[in-house]
Design a protein around this ligand. Structure first.
Ligand code: ADP
Length: 359
């Protein structure tokens, strides 16, 4: 196979934009990826790069390289980057909300001089980087708050001077914050295991009726203590689901815990399940405070809460729904939420049911 043909195919198929500019900054060649990334009416060839990439750093780098290339070149020397054509430059640009890493390489062949630009789309990398950064900041903040209280109260106790009768009150506060910290760490470990796939979801037929009944049992006291009616409606003959029992129990527990947490005394939490196509749908419905529409798209994000103070007061970690989302998606399932502030919320999960012949 001919070398030129191979190289042409490589450039055409690359998931990186490739552009060749002449000394005037006009595009002489652009590969399909570049053309797709920067759609310009009537094409980019023959147009000046600065017409459709406005970034001033890139403009300057191109101008500098052209200047040093034109000024210092012309000795008929070698091809490619560096040398008398100036140095290869890397620049990060943000165009229309997308990030690109641009590598500008001087290109010389005999008397001719131009520039070769590689544009790598790094938008996704940037997004992941930002999420990681925010996550570390959030974790530190979430742990620092209870830690500061623990430290403050224990120092006061150690200083002495606190009457005996109030000492146990202080210890209870310390205990509450320590519990909170350990809850956050437990949830973080669950999330991290889910994300790193060190505990893969292994699906087996699960009797969802039994799972719902036993999980519900675990919340009866919590509901009773708060004056909430906990009811359920699970039809006879409900098919089982294909899932990981412990994980699914965690999902139902998190949804029930939230429903009870965010429903005032006197309210009701109802669990129901139905077969829906090739899935089993589980609904956890409450008559609680509801979720404002503008918060709905974010409640499954880690540490996102509608009302931070209220969630903390109720012992929330802000990680429960992130765990739910992960597990449900890990089961190829779906999630749905409906909520009206002041009326209540219904969280629904759809999990694949077991094959008919295995029921
Ligand atoms: P938290 O530990 O704060 O409950 P979650 O990740 O479980 O964290 O939930 C995120 C946020 O979504 C909660 O802080 C709360 O604002 C809102 N939320 C979750 N479930 C309900 C519900 N059943 N009713 C009202 N708001 C809810």
């Amino acid at each position: 196979m001919e070398k030129n043909f191979i190289l042409e195919t490589v450039v055409k198929e690359m998931r990186t934009g490739v552009v060749v500019l002449d000394v005037a900054g006009s595009v002489r060649y652009a590969n399909p990826f570049f053309v797709k990334s920067f759609p310009v009416k009537d094409g980019v060839v023959g147009r000046n790069l600065s017409e459709f990439i406005k970034n001033t750093d890139l403009k300057k780098a191109v101008e500098d390289l052209v200047r040093s290339g034109v000024g210092g070149g012309g000795d008929g020397g070698g091809r490619g980057g560096g040398g008398d054509g100036g140095e290869t430059t890397d620049i990060e640009i943000n165009e229309g909300g997308r990030f690109f890493n641009v590598r500008v390489v001087p290109l010389r062949e005999g008397e001719e001089f131009g520039l070769l630009l590689f544009l790598k789309d790094i938008t996704e990398e940037k997004r992941v980087e930002a999420i990681k950064r925010d996550f570390v900041a959030n974790v530190s903040h979430e742990l620092r708050t209870p830690l500061a209280s623990i430290k403050g109260y224990s120092e006061t106790l150690l200083d002495g001077g606190i009457e005996k009768s109030r000492q146990s009150e202080f210890l209870r506060v310390i205990d509450r914050h320590a519990t909170r910290m350990s809850r956050i760490i437990d949830d973080l470990l669950i999330l991290s295991k889910l994300e790193s796939h060190t505990m893969p979801i292994i699906t087996t037929p699960v009797d969802i009726k039994e799972l719902l009944a036993s999980t519900r049992k675990g919340f009866e006291k919590q509901a009773r203590d708060k004056g909430i009616r906990l009811t359920s409606g699970i039809p006879y003959g409900l098919p089982g689901v294909s899932g990981d029992r412990d994980r699914l129990e965690q999902v139902v527990a998190n949804l029930l815990d939230n429903a009870i947490k965010y429903t005032p005394s006197g309210g009701e939490v109802h669990i129901s399940a139905t077969a829906e196509g090739s899935t089993v749908r589980v609904d956890v419905k409450d008559t609680g405070i509801g979720i404002p529409e503008e918060d709905m798209p974010r409640i499954f994000e880690r540490f996102y809460r509608v009302d931070k103070a209220r969630s903390r007061e109720l012992g929330g970690t802000g990680l429960g729904l992130a765990i739910v989302k992960h597990i449900v998606h890990g089961h190829n399932g779906r999630l749905h939420v409906e909520s009206t502030p002041g009326v209540g919320s219904t969280f629904s999960i759809m999990i694949p049911s077991v094959d008919k012949d295995r029921r």
